[in-house]
Design a protein around this ligand. Structure first.
Ligand code: FES
Length: 67
């Protein structure tokens, strides 16, 4: 599923980048740039969804650390 239509970023692209972040230190802008090959967001309508995905990832990392 496409998350960002402006730069053709799919959810699986985002998940692949987050798989490399074991400490939960990923940032929304860092993930976006990694997925877009450095292209900047255009309309920004995808940013809240990206924030939600990165936030969920950080929550899982924090839970894994606490366990
Ligand atoms: S949908 Fe991502 S910048 Fe437009």
């Amino acid at each position: 599923m496409y998350i960002c239509l402006c730069n053709a970023i799919k959810e699986k692209d985002i998940r692949k980048v987050l798989e490399q972040d074991h400490d939960g230190k990923a940032t929304v802008s860092g993930v976006y740039h990694a997925c877009s090959a450095g292209e900047k967001p255009q309309c920004c309508s995808c940013i809240q969804t990206l924030k939600d995905i990165v936030g969920d990832h950080k929550g899982r990392c924090a839970a894994a650390k606490a366990a």
